[in-house]
Design a protein. Structure first.
Length: 271
């Protein structure tokens, strides 16, 4: 095999812990991931949290806690309301990757997930610093009622307030103008351009103006990887979970694999 790629834990080790929680980050750290990736969301009272979907239903018990509001998006809840939700118990009850059923998670670990909270971005940054680790923060398009929220500026302000070492940070986004804002505000923070938002459209590399591209793995082939490398670009792929695809992409020489199964890639790399 070629040089081993970075193992980037997608929303933490989300196959074996509730995604975008400190528990998932800790599981990723424990299994040996090189860094973790997470998504930035905003509450109605403008607090930065970790969350992916607009809806709260897929990963939390919002239907039980707020039955009349279960269809609302995260920007319609305060931080206090968000932290009444329990992504841990939801993970245990729904076993989204089937790993509980397979016996891949100990009873002790599962028990520790109960009462897990949706973390703030501050929680995530402090956890990462305490672990002497690294984090990739994805800036996502916010729901309509917060479409003008200055997400880039607020994230940078928090990083400065906490005095987080820029070397611990990556900021990624499908919104490439936001990445240029990051470069202008804090050029020491690495940025990575996400491409392949639409599964049905070819990858749009633009003018290859970013040093690192995070590309949808189902839309890329060896020729595209080679062309990007010829332009001295680094390539990470998302979301790579299956063993045959992991091995295939390791052999193409990509720089990183974003995965729900960091434990699987660690095992393959050790073979």
């Amino acid at each position: 095999m070629n040089t081993e790629p970075l193992i980037i834990a997608h929303r933490g080790a989300s196959s074996i812990a509730p995604e975008n929680t400190i528990a998932a980050a800790n599981q990723a750290f424990e299994v040996g991931a090189d860094l973790w990736e997470t998504d930035i969301a905003v509450t109605s009272d403008e607090q930065l949290i970790l969350f992916h979907d607009a809806s709260l239903q897929r990963t939390t018990n919002v239907a039980a806690v707020f039955p009349k509001r279960k269809h609302q998006v995260f920007t319609q809840f305060t931080l206090a309301e968000i932290q009444r939700l329990d992504p841990g118990i939801h993970f245990i009850e729904h076993d989204p990757f089937g790993e509980i059923n397979k016996g891949s998670i100990s009873r002790e670990t599962l028990a520790s997930f109960k009462d897990e909270k949706i973390p703030t971005l501050e929680d995530a940054l402090i956890f990462t610093r305490e672990k002497d680790w690294k984090i990739n923060l994805e800036l996502k398009t916010l729901p309509e009622n917060f479409k003008d929220f200055p997400i880039t500026q607020r994230v940078i302000e928090l990083i400065r307030t906490l005095e987080i070492d820029p070397g611990r940070l990556i900021i990624s986004s499908f919104n490439h103008p936001w990445l240029r804002q990051v470069i202008a505000m804090e050029p020491s923070i690495e940025v990575q351009a996400l491409i392949g938002y639409f599964e049905s459209k070819p990858l749009d590399w633009g003018d290859f103006s970013f040093p690192v591209y995070n590309a949808r793995s189902t839309l890329i082939d060896e020729d595209q990887i080679a062309r990007a490398k010829d332009k001295r670009k680094l390539i990470n792929l998302f979301t790579v979970n299956e063993k045959d695809e992991i091995i295939r992409f390791i052999n193409t020489g990509v720089n990183g694999l974003i995965t729900d199964y960091p434990q699987r890639i660690v095992a393959i790399a050790g073979e």
